[in-house]
Design a protein around this ligand. Structure first.
Ligand SMILES: Cc1cc2nc3c(=O)[nH]c(=O)nc-3n(C[C@H](O)[C@H](O)[C@H](O)COP(=O)(O)OP(=O)(O)OC[C@H]3O[C@@H](n4cnc5c(N)ncnc54)[C@H](O)[C@@H]3O)c2cc1C
Ligand code: SF4
Length: 484
């Protein structure tokens, strides 16, 4: 019988999952649960307007309801080559705007994607890709994160010869080195990245452009270039004491753990920041044995990155279930050192001061100093992109005031034949936006190479299927619910 209530997903016991990187917080739907959940969808497709990649959501929910997960995966892979990854960690803004939000809960679009994708160990069995002849063009992709991999995948399907340069020893970008294994298991990364590159991508690992090969040489050897380099240069706070070895930037911390290092975090960890990276650092610290973990953010909970959204709430709920403690409105101003190591942190509490129409600013109240003992400080305070790898070409790259390359509607930068997307370029800084930028660049590169008459339209990522992408739809839904 049709039920209006969202089918709940089972959660792993927080006391058990926090002991290991091997237990995912959320379970998967059974066949019955997935069909029941998908059957609640009304098919209005409002959700697609809030999906950065404009996936055919109602289309694949329909095939799931009909008990055909293979068709679900086929529909998703028209635009997105990582259904199992995105099915676990997407920001799922689509669900925020689902018309069922107030009618039993939004359709569990993200969980249903994972349900379908996890049914297949090898997508080749259900997609049966045609082997295309070499189209006569060579493209270099710099960076093996979701943006670069998306470009590599869809261009390879068209018979373009793609060489992917990745400076790290593994592909995935922040999917591998940022998001921890308890949220995104290695087997899932291996399956989906393995499938993408098996389409004929020539992968050069441990190859940093600008160090192991010059950008100038790449420009000479390839017909077009895609920059999917993300933002990996840590921004530290510069708080006195931050030169101690037990103060680390979050992306360095998470990367070392992702490559198997068991960092000794001690008993008490303070994480500075409030977004994805802060939460993952805190929960990783617990899994490394910390007993008390504090996330210290300078603004209020309602100001944290990603809020308001279901994703931000779920992320905080999961962290609180694992006993991460949030401390809002704080400004750390000194990491107190003893024998070269930080042993305590001094901070002020803030008040939020609103000036004019702008966002309220945190202003420290300095007449009272607070101190906590810490064994480790992790700064999840953002990163930026280092463009020095471009050599002399850097002078030609036009950046906006935020330091992001300006790209046209085809994803091309101010350097002719050089395209860019993902975190370095897109302020959304999430996986599905990086994939969307990759989709745009694929079409842009094929047009630039003047080969649109040779492409297989069946294998082209579909752009703006239903409505040009904008956050407006999601923002309107938040406003209706009084969240903003
Ligand atoms: C801790 C953390 C948790 C996150 N959690 C989520 C989440 O739950 N959901 C979500 O949607 N998003 C999440 N994100 C954001 C998401 O991971 C990013 O938006 C996404 O990975 C950006 O993709 P990208 O391809 O642009 O860059 P990246 O994933 O950063 O990949 C860029 C790649 O380029 C390589 N590279 C850089 N310069 C060079 C060079 N000169 N030569 C060769 N290679 C180079 C890098 O080594 C890297 O592998 C998270 C990010 C972090 C840090
Ligand atoms: S908005 Fe909700 S009900 Fe409408 S198509 Fe999307 S998932 Fe289905």
């Amino acid at each position: 019988m049709l039920s209006f209530e969202r089918v709940r997903i089972k959660k792993a016991d927080p006391d058990e999952r926090v002991k290991t990187f091997d237990i995912e917080p959320l379970d998967n739907y059974t066949d019955e649960e997935a069909i029941a959940e998908a059957s609640r969808c009304l098919g209005c497709n409002m959700c697609s307007a809030a999906c950065p990649a404009s996936l055919d959501i109602s289309g694949y929910i329909r095939s799931t309801a009909a008990g055909d997960p293979a068709q679900t995966v086929r529909i998703i892979m028209e635009t997105l080559p990582f259904p199992a990854i995105i099915g676990r960690v997407c920001t799922h803004m689509c669900e925020d705007i689902c018309v069922m939000y107030d009618g039993g809960g939004p359709i569990a679009i993200r969980h249903l994607k994972r349900y379908a994708a996890d049914k297949f160990d090898d997508y080749g069995e259900i997609l049966r890709p045609q082997k295309r002849k070499f189209i006569g063009k060579k493209v270099a992709v710099i960076g093996g994160g979701p943006a670069g991999l998306t470009v590599a995948y869809y261009l390879s399907l068209q018979g373009v010869k793609v060489t992917l340069f990745e400076e790290r020893p593994a592909l995935g970008g922040f999917m591998k080195t940022g998001i921890p294994r308890y949220r995104l298991p290695q087997s899932v990364l291996d399956k989906e990245i393995g499938y993408v590159v098996s389409r004929g991508v020539d992968v050069k690992l441990n190859t940093k452009v600008g160090r192991d090969i010059s950008f100038d040489q790449i420009m000479k050897e390839y017909d077009a270039v895609f920059l999917g380099v993300g933002n990996h240069k840590p921004r530290m706070t510069g708080t006195p004491g931050s030169d101690a070895p037990n103060v680390m930037h979050a992306t360095e911390f998470l990367e070392r753990v992702s490559f198997g290092e068991r960092i000794d975090v001690g008993d008490t960890v303070a994480v500075i920041g409030g977004g994805f990276t802060a939460n993952d650092s805190a929960r990783t610290s617990l899994r490394l044995g910390a007993k008390h973990v504090y996330i210290m953010y300078r603004r209020r909970d309602v100001d944290r990155p990603g809020y308001p959204s279901m994703n931000a709430d779920e992320e905080m709920d999961e962290a609180e279930e694992e006993k991460v403690e949030y401390v809002w409105e704080v400004t750390p101003f000194e990491y107190v050192k003893e024998n070269g190591r930080v042993v305590a942190m001094k901070y002020w509490m803030n008040e939020m001061v609103k000036e004019g129409k702008g966002r309220a600013k945190p202003v420290p109240i300095k007449d009272k100093v607070y101190t906590i003992k810490v064994d480790m400080v992790i700064e999840a305070t953002g990163q930026e992109t280092d463009y020095s790898f471009l050599g002399d070409y850097v002078k030609k790259l036009r950046l906006n005031p935020h330091g992001e390359p300006i790209v046209d509607q085809n994803g091309m930068t101010s350097i002719e034949g050089v395209f860019s997307g993902g975190d370095s370029t897109n302020p959304n800084r999430d996986l599905i936006s990086a994939v969307r930028d990759g989709d745009i660049a694929v079409q842009g590169i094929l047009k630039y190479l003047n080969v649109m008459d040779k492409v297989s339209y069946d294998d082209l990522p579909i752009l703006d299927r239903f409505k040009p992408y904008s956050y407006t739809a999601a923002q309107e839904a938040y406003a209706v619910r009084g969240l903003i």
